[in-house]
Design a protein around this ligand. Structure first.
Ligand code: G3H
Ligand code: 13P
Ligand code: ZN
Length: 305
């Protein structure tokens, strides 16, 4: 059944585990995540970016998720990184059970004001709201304290923001970034900052840019022709530390993309005569299912559905 993000995350917070949230763009990715959720008996968070909506269409995405959610698993349909307010409004009216308003690039007061407006709309429909404070982007070059402070989430400001907006979950910036190239040097998160945020903010926290770029899948992709030499993600150890310090939602897109394309590349390389898309998409789905299962185990969401 479709449930709200708040329902899933409050339970996770109480149980000291996290739930992975997967970006979906098509039927293969959705089905891979659902298969993993059913096998692991884990709650499932499916999220679509504005790019996914542009690619597949909101109606199609909502329709396939509604079919998938006929299972007994709790399924959240979440709008990821919503910046376009009319699209966000449309998502609320179309069956999404959760939306993220991403005002992270706005000045603080404007982010606060806009987030508050979104919370007011969403509340009336029983839809949850995730907000963001701080910027999710690489911080390795930020050597000065002031440069880090300008980018990463400020714990006191986070408390003020959550209190004034009434959002249900908060995405924090502690050194992760989106995509496959997250770190050049030391792949460490700012866990001390996260600890301070956890002390001041009582709602579930969200970690964006949480893909691990698994070595085995990276090697497989490269063996089959990918050029992804310097790709590096967040280690499982850092993810576990983040979960131990208040993170209840772990956002994963890159690792699914990597698995999807690695399996496709290898299927095409192996069978140069292949023209049946199912022979290429089938292995892609299998490898994405494996990745989703790994994330559920890492997050501790196995058996929590
Ligand atoms: O947060 C970013 C997600 O990976 C979605 O990426 O905007 O290319 O769909 P996208
Ligand atoms: P990754 O690029 O690390 O998978 O992060 C995805 C994400 O944060 C989606 O919102
Ligand atoms: Zn993100």
């Amino acid at each position: 059944m479709v449930v709200s993000l708040k329902q899933v995350l409050v339970k996770a917070q109480k149980g000291h585990y996290a739930v992975p949230a997967f970006n979906i763009n098509d039927l293969e990715i959705l089905e891979a995540v659902m298969r993993a959720g059913k096998k692991m008996r884990s709650p499932v968070i499916l999220q679509t970016s504005e790019g996914a909506i542009e690619y597949a269409g909101m109606e199609y995405l909502v329709a396939i998720v509604e079919v998938a959610a006929k299972s007994r698993l709790p399924v959240v349909l979440h709008f990821d990184h919503g910046k376009n307010l009319s699209l966000l409004h449309k998502a609320i009216d179309s069956g999404y059970s959760s939306v993220m308003f991403d005002g992270s690039l706005l000045p603080y007061e404007k982010n606060l004001h806009e987030t508050k407006k979104v919370v007011a709309w969403a509340r009336r429909r029983g839809v949850s709201v995730e907000a963001e404070l701080g910027a999710i982007k690489g911080v390795e070059d930020l050597v000065s304290v002031s440069a880090r402070e300008a980018i990463l989430t400020n714990p006191l400001q986070a408390a003020d923001f959550v209190h004034k907006t009434g959002c249900d979950a908060l995405a924090v910036a502690i050194g992760t970034s989106h995509g496959a190239y997250k770190f050049r040097g030391n792949p460490k998160l700012d866990i001390e900052r996260l600890k301070k945020i956890k002390r001041t903010v009582k709602i579930p926290l969200v970690l964006h840019g949480a893909s691990g770029v698994p070595r085995d899948i990276l090697k497989m992709a490269m063996k089959c022709g990918a050029e992804l030499g310097d790709a590096k993600g967040v280690s499982d150890t850092e993810i576990k530390k983040a979960i131990a310090n208040g993170v209840c939602k772990i956002n994963i897109d890159t690792d699914l993309r990597l698995a999807f394309t690695a399996a496709m590349r290898c299927a095409l390389k192996k069978d140069k005569k292949a023209i049946d898309p199912r022979k290429i998409l089938g292995p892609a789905m299998e490898l994405m299912t494996d990745v989703a299962e790994r994330k559920m185990r890492l997050c501790g969401s196995v058996g929590k559905a």
